[in-house]
Design a protein around this ligand. Structure first.
Ligand SMILES: Cc1cc2nc3c(=O)[nH]c(=O)nc-3n(C[C@H](O)[C@H](O)[C@H](O)COP(=O)(O)O)c2cc1C
Length: 196
């Protein structure tokens, strides 16, 4: 697939088939994405892949975080149980959840560089996955900022920033493209001939 075609046709995928993606395909995507630019060659990305029964503990931690954040407040017990079951089923039906995280550098500048590099890595993952027919949703849900969620999954919030959870699998449905703004609204050319 050509680069421009991949960039244009890739969509954020919200619905997945049941079928898992082969370990080898996923490993290739995560390995080759490391060609992302990264300052000081820190390769700051870390990946934790939840799948199969590994999703149970993850989904439970997500649920408990939603609960702490008041997501279920004000509902009757019955309704709360149904909501929770719905969310759990939704998460369990997604074949893979790739938690992307990084070490927190105490130096703000280096922290920003590392975060930027991890985002470049994630976009590589999205494009390589797309080329392999695999859909991805880049998510940044509130639980990524919940200290107790970090604790529940065994990552010390003092040392690690949780950047994203990538939902992954073969797309059941590919959303329509959302068109982008024409570049003349964004690009200002300063070549010495601009009017003052
Ligand atoms: C940093 C970041 C966080 C995102 N978080 C979410 C999210 O939590 N939930 C979601 O449905 N989409 C999320 N997205 C996906 C965007 O909504 C999506 O890229 C946008 O709507 C454009 O659609 P496209 O990727 O199909 O072109 C996120 C994207 C980025 C870059």
């Amino acid at each position: 697939m050509e680069l421009l075609e991949a960039m244009r046709s890739r969509r954020s995928v919200h619905e997945y088939k049941e079928e898992k993606v082969d370990k080898g395909v996923l490993e290739r995507i995560f390995a080759e994405s490391a060609w992302a630019p990264n300052h000081r060659m820190k390769e700051p990305w870390q990946i934790r892949l939840y799948q199969d029964n590994g999703k149970i503990g993850y989904a439970q931690a997500v649920m408990e975080s939603y609960q702490r954040q008041g997501f279920f407040d004000g509902y009757e017990e019955d309704k709360t149980n149904r909501l929770q079951e719905g969310i759990r089923d939704f998460l369990m039906n997604i074949p893979h959840h790739a938690l992307i995280y990084m070490e927190k550098d105490e130096d703000v500048r280096k922290y920003e560089e590392d975060y930027a590099a991890v985002c470049a890595y994630i976009q590589n993952v999205q494009l390589l996955a797309w080329e392999a027919g695999v859909g991805v949703l880049w998510t940044t849900s509130p639980y990524l900022h919940d200290v107790q969620f970090s604790e529940a999954i065994g990552l010390d919030n003092q040392h690690f920033k949780l950047v994203s959870v990538l939902q992954m699998g073969y797309p059941k449905r590919i959303p329509k493209p959302k068109m982008r703004t024409p570049i003349h609204h964004k690009l200002d050319l300063y070549d010495g001939n601009e009017k003052s």
